[in-house]
Design a protein around this ligand. Structure first.
Ligand SMILES: [Cu+2]
Length: 338
């Protein structure tokens, strides 16, 4: 297979993944019946709490965090980085002022000719090394925790960035998609929600369980970000990104697209509503195509995808056929004869 064909194949496979996923899920949900005791019609959008999960006027720090990773990150910023930065700035400022006063030219007609001092040199090398090591330990832990994969069986929400709104797909609950648009200012105010952050349909999820968020861009690169949940993940066309989100308590948490994605980039906010599991399931049942405990047989007929960078010899590249091998040999510059 030629390189160009492989690339075409890869982008085609991406498009087919989205199309066939929709039809497969639709087919799977038709076969599933609602549980007999399911009550439909009980979901009422939660009223946001003032100052929770949203920016507040005049604030300069992080928003209060509602996920364990967020609490750790905030602790690291507030109690590790800020004190160290402040202490170093004050120390340097003190040294500068002291040198300017104590060693000014007027007070020292005969300047000292000292060129080095071993003790001081050892101290000013070792001390910064120890400070950096002290920062590195919690920093690496924070970094590693952010890359932890979702536990097996975690339920998935697929977030699609569109120009300029969001789509939330629930493959484990029937595969329906919720399309979320920003509310106009008057409607947001009437609903008691912050303007430019309120949406018509929220991403509703259960609180207290790990959730696998997958992001993809339908057109250009977007970024799915919710500051109070310590979550930001790019939504890139043709590529599925994945990250875990864990929301400690029910609430409404607002975010925005954080990748400049075009004319209405500023008008595609995110509203996540975390509910207790029972209320979340209630909400699922009210969605067209929403099912509980659906045995989603998502046997997606997606052909094995070739990496787009499938040049011969690259990791994951298909075994080159003889024609390609000849091409590569011919293309190599003859350096030995020169
Ligand atoms: Cu965007």
């Amino acid at each position: 297979m030629g390189i160009r064909r492989a690339a075409e194949f890869a982008s085609l496979a991406g498009a087919m993944l989205m199309v066939s996923a929709g039809t497969a899920w639709a087919a799977a949900t038709e076969a599933t019946a609602l549980p007999e005791d399911a009550v439909v019609g009980g979901y009422v959008p939660m009223q946001p709490t003032e100052g929770k999960g949203m920016p507040t006027p005049g604030a300069i720090g992080f928003q209060t965090q509602y996920s364990p990773i967020g609490e750790y990150g905030q602790w690291m910023h507030n109690w590790v980085l800020l004190p160290i930065i402040a202490a170093i700035s004050l120390l340097v400022l003190f040294l500068l002022i002291w040198v300017m006063g104590r060693y000014r030219a007027k007070a020292n007609p005969n300047p000292s000719r000292t060129s080095h001092n071993t003790v001081i040199e050892v101290i000013w090398t070792l001390l910064p090394v120890l400070v950096l090591l002290g920062i590195a330990v919690p920093s690496m832990r924070l970094l590693a925790n952010q890359y932890e994969t979702a536990p097996e069986g975690a339920f998935t929400v697929k977030v699609t960035g569109y120009q300029w709104y969001w789509g939330y797909t629930y493959p484990d609950y029937g595969g329906f998609e919720v399309i979320s648009n920003m509310l106009p200012e008057d409607e947001a105010l009437a609903a008691g929600e912050p303007t430019q952050l309120a949406v018509d349909k929220r991403m509703v999820v259960p609180a207290g369980v790990p959730i696998r968020i997958q992001t993809i861009g339908a057109d250009v690169i977007h970024s799915f970000a919710i500051p109070s949940l310590w979550f930001k993940l790019d939504a890139v066309p043709g590529r599925l990104n994945e990250k875990v989100i864990f929301i400690k308590e029910p609430g409404v948490y607002y975010g925005q697209c954080m990748e400049l994605c075009g004319a209405r980039h500023a008008f595609m906010p995110i509203a996540v509503e975390a509910l207790p599991m029972a209320e979340f399931e209630q909400w699922v049942l009210e969605q067209p195509g929403g099912t509980l405990g659906a045995e989603t047989e998502t046997e997606l007929e997606v052909p094995t995808q070739q990496p787009e960078s499938a040049i011969p010899g690259a990791a994951g590249a298909p075994r080159p056929d003889s024609a390609l091998e000849e091409d590569v040999d011919a293309a190599e510059p003859a350096t030995t004869e020169a």
